[in-house]
Design a protein around this ligand. Structure first.
Ligand code: APR
Length: 231
């Protein structure tokens, strides 16, 4: 296969690295209310609770290791003749730790800090608390994880849409297809005439949009698909 490949990943690609998903039977959103921990209103209502929620996720993330699916995508980027772009909804850095370079985090990153007051973004220093002070504007109690919450605009959308408009293959891995704008990427890729592939544990809610579909654990299905592509 030649040409430009855009790959969308979701929580399912990191499930076998020990990081939970959101909407599976024991997913994060079965244990927490999105409105409490993943909205600006939730942060305004109880910043301590939100910061503790993300501190726990940072802890899990620090102990997680990339799995064969992450390594397979890094190998694809290294060996495929055309461009390979990974657009991830995940806030872990497992793609980068597996060797992927061309990665866009459309929902932000777990180990980044953002000031709710001035927009300053920077690497995480000490664990964020309600006493944390923004190093740029000096405001106290407005530091939050640099992740995109519901109701906020995902990052890198212009770059992502440009890539989708000219891609030859679009692959969706480990995502339920429940959250927009990511769930709409397959339609944009089809519009561009791209070959569309779904690699997932089970059919997503948008499975009918994909020409090629392979189901099973990402650690098995993704390396097999990559070997077929770079052969
Ligand atoms: N291998 C492949 N796919 C898997 C695996 C696995 N081992 N385990 C689970 N999956 C699949 C599930 O079948 C499901 O389709 O991964 C998908 C996970 O779906 P969600 O839990 O909805 O996660 P995701 O699609 O990434 O959610 C999108 O929603 O809450 C927001 O910001 C959050 O980025 C997240 C976004």
């Amino acid at each position: 296969m030649s040409g430009r490949i855009v790959i969308l990943t979701g929580a399912g690609i990191s499930a076998e690295s020990g990081l939970g998903t959101f909407r599976d039977k024991d997913g994060l959103w079965t244990r927490y209310d999105i409105r409490d921990v993943a909205t600006p209103e939730g942060f305004a209502r109880d910043p301590k609770f939100v910061l503790e929620f993300y501190a726990a996720r940072r802890g899990n993330g620090a102990n997680a290791e990339p799995n064969p699916a992450h390594y397979a995508l890094a190998k694809l980027e290294q060996e495929h003749a055309g461009d390979v772009l990974v657009v991830t909804q995940n806030i872990d850095k497992l793609h980068e730790r597996a060797g992927s370079v061309n990665v866009l985090h459309m929902h932000g990153i777990m180990d980044g800090d953002l000031c709710n007051n001035c927009g300053h973004r920077g690497p995480t220093g000490d664990a964020l608390t309600t006493a944390s002070v923004c190093p740029a504007c000096g405001t106290k109690g407005q530091m939050r994880p640099d992740v995109v919450w519901f109701g906020e605009m995902p990052y890198h959308m212009d770059e992502i849409e440009r890539a989708l408009a000219k891609c030859d293959t679009f692959v969706s891995i480990g995502t339920s297809g429940e959250v927009y704008p990511a769930a709409g990427f397959v339609a944009m890729a089809r519009e561009a005439g791209a070959h569309t592939v779904e690699l997932n544990l089970e059919p997503s809610s948008g499975d009918f949009m994909f020409e090629e579909r392979r189901y099973g654990p990402a650690s098995e299905v993704v390396p097999t698909w990559v070997e077929d592509v770079i052969r």
